[in-house]
Design a protein around this ligand. Structure first.
Ligand code: CP
Ligand code: NVA
Length: 302
């Protein structure tokens, strides 16, 4: 039996596979709207393990599986034996013997790696403390739909150097664009990852300089899941990095802006930008559905 193909970070796909996946996601979106979606995952079962909250990830994976003829199981950490201390290795062997593909959202990235190492079927990272690669597939799809290829463009990340930022750093080296991370000291992305991405990503402490000429601005919450107790302290440091009209005006005239959601209006992004008629944030959220359908097709075709 060949080893299953996992998607734990964007580095698990080749650059040309990411481009092909985006093209397939766009095709699946068109087919879904036309009522001609293929039954490409007929009879397949996805297990979704969540030890953190979710709206978009759960709905998009579950609906996506149904749209392609398969089905999905929701497993909360608390209600399974995983929550009572059954080893990840044992859970992986058992769950993967019963389903065709697994998606996990949890805290430690090492737990997803551990699960994948003992799984007989593909495992997808649905967000860890370190990475959120599925989000960036949808974000890239959105940029390609609206502006075309992102290669050679300048992207500016504003705020906390978190899991979503890390996945954008991987995207920069995979699709060959420039990523400027605008963040205050103490909120830097992982230094080892920054070194690995140094040809494509750098830090700039000055948000006004960082967004200059950017083709895309991206932000996310200041306190991620698990960091709720740090919210007040984080607001004080991260306030100058708010995505707002004045920073957007310094970017390229055709700049887009994104937020993976859920957003805190008035903190990392203004309500005005969230609700602007030309915002692509809602398109970005919807694209989770189509990008992940393309991802599941790819992993299950291996
Ligand atoms: N963007 C994102 O992953 O949203 P959820 O936390 O709602 O899944
Ligand atoms: N950085 C956020 C993303 C939520 C989708 C978090 O980890 O909570």
């Amino acid at each position: 039996m060949t080893a299953p193909r996992h998607f734990l970070t964007l580095m698990d796909l080749a650059s040309d596979e990411i481009r092909a996946l985006i093209a397939r996601a766009i095709e699946l979106k068109t087919q879904h709207r036309a009522g001609t979606a293929p039954r490409s995952l007929e009879g397949k079962v996805l297990a979704m393990i969540f030890t953190k909250a979710s709206t978009r990830t759960r709905v998009s994976f579950e609906a996506g599986m149904a749209q392609l003829g398969g089905s999905a199981l929701f497993l909360s950490g608390q209600d399974t034996q995983l929550g009572r201390g059954e080893p990840i290795e044992d859970s992986a062997r058992v769950i993967s013997s019963m389903v065709d593909i697994v998606m996990i959202r949890t805290f430690a990235h090492a737990d997803v790696e551990d699960f994948a190492a003992h799984s007989s079927v593909p495992v997808i990272n649905g967000l860890t403390d370190d990475y959120h690669p599925c989000q960036i597939l949808a974000d890239l799809q959105t940029y390609f739909e609206v502006r075309g290829d992102i290669s050679g463009r300048k992207v500016c990340w504003l705020g906390d150097g978190n899991n979503v930022c890390h996945s954008w750093m991987n995207a920069a080296r995979q699709l060959d664009f420039e990523l400027v991370v605008a963040c205050p000291e103490g909120y830097d992305p992982d230094p080892a990852l920054l070194t690995a991405c140094e040809a494509h990503a750098r830090i700039d402490r000055d948000p006004a300089a960082a967004v200059e000429g950017a083709h895309l601005l991206v932000t996310d919450v200041w306190a991620s899941m698990g960091q709720e107790s740090e919210q007040a302290a984080r607001e004080a440091f991260l306030a100058p990095y708010q995505l707002n009209r004045s920073l957007l005006d310094r970017a390229s005239s055709d700049a887009l802006y994104m937020h993976c959601l859920p957003a805190h209006r008035g903190e990392e992004i203004t309500a005005e930008l969230m609700d602007a008629p030309d915002s692509v944030i809602w398109q970005e959220a919807e694209n989770r559905l189509h990008a992940q359908k393309a991802l599941m097709e790819l992993l299950l075709s291996a």
